[in-house]
Write a protein that binds this ligand. Structure first.
Ligand code: DSN
Length: 478
């Protein structure tokens, strides 16, 4: 694709938008400028390709398509069928899954679809069976009451939030923590690693319906073969949320015991993180759960977003190309170079390093909270997010950690030398930031002191680091 075509496409799109609401066109252009200038280390973000972005801006957005391919609740879905079937085919081929459902709008939606599918498949409820068999009119009020009682209060065992699990894996503030009787497994306090014996013990004691693996802030691989054995030993359905590391699975960096697809009964993911697609979700499963999963819309989800499914098809096609495997490997190489650079400069890392795309710095070693560190880094042109560390004394708001990840900078082309330079910039900011005080002079978990000259100098160095690696080089907005 020529640079001219991509520049023309985006320029023309902006010109059309500008004609109606110039402030929106300006904000879109400003977002590109901001992204180009910042050292983006948010582990869950990336840069989708121009083809993926352009596949979303069209009239597919106008179409309702509840149901699934070939079985819609609306007429005229033949073109939506084409893109949904293509996206699902690419997903099946890419991940070696027998079934793919590409409608979820986000990771949370994908997890809700999976939860529903598991409940509907596993819970012994005569009323639910009647409802499933579309004998809804035969159900009495007492049946509906029994159905709600039987579906509720089922058990889920997932990784705790402060150990790196995700809030949809049963964390109380999320709906999953209210739908399910939930318990969590943590990590070994000495190593920061998952202790599979402890997970097995928790599973034996709790006997969950669902065992969930997957994380958003655990910097290591998970052995899914062992987790499946644990699930099988207690009759649990094994679900993996691979949202963070789907790109590493797609790129065959995570294989064998570390590839969730052959081991899990059901796998959920987002499509926009290391997988580098549009913002959205997806579910993969075997034939046993496929029918229930396909009921996702309208059972759980609002109307599908056909324009996003079109973009998923494009991004998944990109991920099937050989160069995606090279990209996935470079993500991990870069994360390890970043971790090594930080360790050499004296930073404390949860688990002592990484074997995936993310690094979790325990900033209490610098005398800071995660919130202070996050803001000081942001002042210096480095975009990260604060995150709990295991047994975090500062809770989920202030935290003691900074999570950093390499999918986005790897897409720009940065490599090991730039990761070492990035480690130096992060260390400089964190070691020169001190905790501040509140208006009453008391220690504050949010305020901090950083010499603006240091922030400015680091910001300039960060910008210089990015100069040889332009973002969207094919897109010139003029
Ligand atoms: N919010 C995503 C993340 O940053 O990890 C997960 O949902």
């Amino acid at each position: 694709m020529s640079r001219n075509a991509e520049s023309t496409a985006f320029r023309s799109a902006l010109e059309v938008v500008r004609g109606v609401e110039p402030r929106v066109a300006a904000a879109i252009a400003a977002e590109l400028a901001d992204q180009r200038e910042s050292l983006k280390l948010i582990a869950s973000e990336n840069y989708a390709s121009p083809a993926t972005l352009l596949a979303m801006g069209n009239w597919f957005s106008d179409k309702y398509a509840e149901g699934t391919v070939g079985r819609r609740f609306y007429a005229g879905c033949q073109n939506v069928d084409t893109v949904e079937a293509l996206a699902a085919e690419h997903a099946r081929e890419l991940f070696g899954a027998s079934h793919a459902y590409v409608q979820p709008h986000s990771g949370i939606d994908a997890n809700l679809v999976a939860f529903w599918a598991i409940l509907a498949d596993r819970v012994e409820s005569p009323a639910l069976r009647k409802a499933q068999a579309r004998q809804v009119n035969d159900l009495t009020e007492a049946d509906w009451f029994a159905l709600r009682r039987e579906l509720g209060n089922q058990r889920m065992l997932g990784m705790s939030l402060d150990a790196g699990g995700h809030l949809t894996h049963g964390f109380r503030p999320n709906i999953s923590g209210k739908m399910f009787d939930q318990r969590s497994y943590g990590t070994d306090p000495a190593t920061g690693l998952i202790d599979y014996d402890r997970v097995a013990e928790a599973a034996r004691e709790f006997k969950p319906l669902i065992l969930v693996a997957g994380y958003s802030a655990y910097p290591r691989k998970v052995n899914f073969r062992i987790m499946r054995e644990i699930a099988d030993s207690v009759g649990a359905t094994f679900m993996v949320d691979m949202a963070h590391f789907a790109g590493l699975v797609a790129g065959k960096v995570f294989t064998g015991d570390f590839d969730p697809v052959p081991h899990a009964h059901i796998v959920t993911t987002t499509t926009h993180k290391s997988l580098r697609g549009p913002r959205g979700g997806m579910v993969l499963c075997g034939p046993e759960l496929a029918d229930q999963v396909d009921r996702g819309c309208p059972m759980v989800l609002g109307g599908p977003l056909p324009h996003v499914m079109a973009a998923k098809a494009v991004a998944l096609a990109e991920a099937r190309r050989p160069d995606f495997a090279d990209y996935a490997q470079r993500i991990v190489d870069n994360a390890q170079a970043l971790a090594d650079g930080l360790l050499r400069r004296g930073a404390s890392l949860v688990t002592g390093g990484t074997d995936n795309h993310l690094v979790l710095i325990d900033v209490s070693g610098y005398g800071l909270t995660g919130r202070q560190a996050e803001q000081a880094l942001l002042d210096s042109g480095i975009v990260t997010n604060r995150n709990s560390v295991p047994q975090d004394p500062n809770g989920a708001w202030y935290t003691s950690g900074i999570r950093i990840g390499t999918p986005a900078l790897t897409t720009r082309g940065l490599g090991a030398p730039e990761m070492d330079a990035t480690a130096e910039l992060i260390h400089t900011v964190l070691s020169q930031t001190t905790p501040g005080t509140g208006p009453d002079g008391a220690p504050s978990k949010a305020k901090y002191v950083l010499d603006p000259a240091v922030a400015e100098s680091v910001g300039k160095q960060a910008a210089d680091l990015l100069t040889p690696f332009p973002l969207y080089p094919s897109v010139d907005l003029g």
